[in-house]
Write a protein that binds this ligand. Structure first.
Ligand SMILES: [Fe+2]
Length: 197
């Protein structure tokens, strides 16, 4: 059983939760496979990202769990966030975390845009019960800033793969969609030149 992004939100609404939503769209010169891989690549987290340190618990086929030590510069604190990330469908990942009375649910979709570009749609739902929902705008602001920083750091990895594809390369995927655990097998030749190139 896998709940969709909308089903998760509905289940919490039934428990009296109220939500504030945010959406971010990016269009880039890479394929949906590349952004999907980027979100599943557990190894880059502590090398590429500067505002978060990830303590990995599991990297499985279609799911990963970790404890993210997230730097919130605005508040000058580092908070631990238990994070669950699962593939709901092809190029459709769902992740969630909570802290105190707040829950944050995310959903990232990668879709082909034109011939060789990709549109990445990231949706966030910030939820809580009662008066603490007055803090939703602040959380949304912090989330937006964090998302912008993450994209600055992640996009070059995706664009690099897009450039290599244009240059006759392809990337090995052991299944129909990239498994989280496979990103740890960095000693393999996961990139190759297409035939006759
Ligand atoms: Fe990343």
């Amino acid at each position: 059983m896998k709940k969709s992004y909308e089903q998760l939100i509905e289940s919490l609404k039934a428990q009296g939760f109220k939500f504030t939503f945010a959406e971010f769209d990016e269009i880039g010169n890479y394929l949906p496979e590349d952004s999907d891989w980027n979100y599943k690549d557990v190894t880059h987290l502590n090398h590429v990202h500067t505002k978060v340190h990830s303590v990995l618990a599991t990297a499985l086929d279609d799911m990963t769990t970790c404890i993210n030590l997230q730097n919130i510069s605005l508040l000058g604190v580092k908070i631990p966030l238990s994070m669950v990330n699962y593939e709901f469908d092809k190029f459709n990942q769902i992740y969630f975390t909570s802290s105190g009375p707040f829950v944050i649910i995310g959903n990232t979709l990668s879709e082909l845009h034109g011939k060789d570009q990709t549109k990445v749609i990231t949706k966030f739902a910030i939820g809580s019960k009662g008066f603490v929902s007055i803090f939703h705008p602040l959380i949304k602001f912090v989330l937006s800033k964090n998302h912008k920083k993450l994209m600055e750091e992640d996009t070059p990895m995706r664009v690099r793969r897009g450039l290599l594809r244009k240059n006759g390369h392809s990337f090995y995927i052991p299944k129909e969609t990239y498994p989280f655990y496979f990103s740890e097998e960095i000693s393999r030749s996961n990139i190759f030149l297409k035939k006759n190139r």
